[in-house]
Unconditional design. Structure first.
Length: 262
């Protein structure tokens, strides 16, 4: 792989590209498949592109088990996909929902800080009907069941359930047309959430904004089509189309704005 390949990606993607190339090298050397940890959709896309360049197959668990974060299998041409090869467990967390309300951030914080599980080792956190569903690496299923007893001082019970019982939670969104002088990160954040550019810049510089799941602290970062921007406490949006320029030279854009996770 030549250095020129990296030029097609942003600098923050380079460490993941390095990891992907290591996986590819192992697949080619051993001629057997490699299973990744949980990846975000942007990383899955990169892995598909690199895998195709090397003539390898790339499978995402999201195709079988619809989710945002997914595990991927990188494999030689002979490999036939087996669902069990993804090694994912679906855990159901129940609690006295009649008396308490848990939030996505409370669940995430407990798993990261109380259990000490790395973010790459578990996938989506789904909430609804008074329960929580988590996708986790199979090897951690027993650990979760034996050690996750409380979330935000609320007693919980954990059990493994079949994929068919997965909570169906749709992220609501709406489309919004914007008119901006440039396609900079601060301009788009300000226009999307009706903030002043100075407030948008402060949020970015304070590490409250992510582009494609990576924290970006540069307000002048140029945004590309399909980039996913997340702003803490405000929500997420994606630039879905560029619609030319207005008469006074401003960019006409359409963004898809998603509901924020509490």
């Amino acid at each position: 792989m030549t250095k020129g390949f990296y030029q097609h990606y942003n600098r923050e993607d380079h460490p993941f590209i390095d990891r992907a190339l290591e996986l590819i090298a192992r697949v080619e050397e051993r001629y057997s498949f490699e299973l990744t940890s949980f990846l975000n959709p942007h990383q899955i896309d990169i892995l598909r592109q690199i895998g195709a360049h090397h003539g390898l197959q790339v499978f995402s668990s999201a195709k079988i088990l619809p989710s945002e974060y997914a595990r991927a299998i990188l494999a030689p041409s002979y490999y036939i996909l087996e669902e069990a090869d993804f090694e994912i467990s679906l855990l159901e967390v129940t609690y006295p929902a009649k008396f308490y309300t848990l939030t996505h951030s409370q669940v995430l914080g407990t798993v990261l800080h109380q259990l000490g599980i790395e973010r790459k080792s578990f996938g989506d956190i789904l909430m609804g009907d008074g329960k929580v569903h988590l996708f986790v690496e199979q090897r951690f299923s027993s650990y979760f069941q034996n050690n996750l007893k409380k979330i935000a001082k609320v007693s919980v019970k954990v059990r493994e359930v079949d994929y068919s019982k997965r909570l169906m939670v749709e992220e609501k969104s709406k489309f919004k047309d914007l008119l901006v002088t440039s396609i900079r990160l601060d301009k788009l954040v300000a226009a999307t959430f009706q903030l002043s550019r100075s407030v948008a810049s402060q949020l970015i510089q304070a590490g409250q904004v992510k582009v494609n799941y990576t924290t970006i602290d540069n307000p002048s970062r140029v945004i590309q089509l399909e980039d996913l921007i997340s702003v803490r406490k405000y929500g997420r949006f994606k630039m879905v189309s560029e619609n030319g320029l207005s008469k006074n030279g401003k960019h006409k854009l359409t963004v898809e704005v998603f509901s924020s996770k509490k």
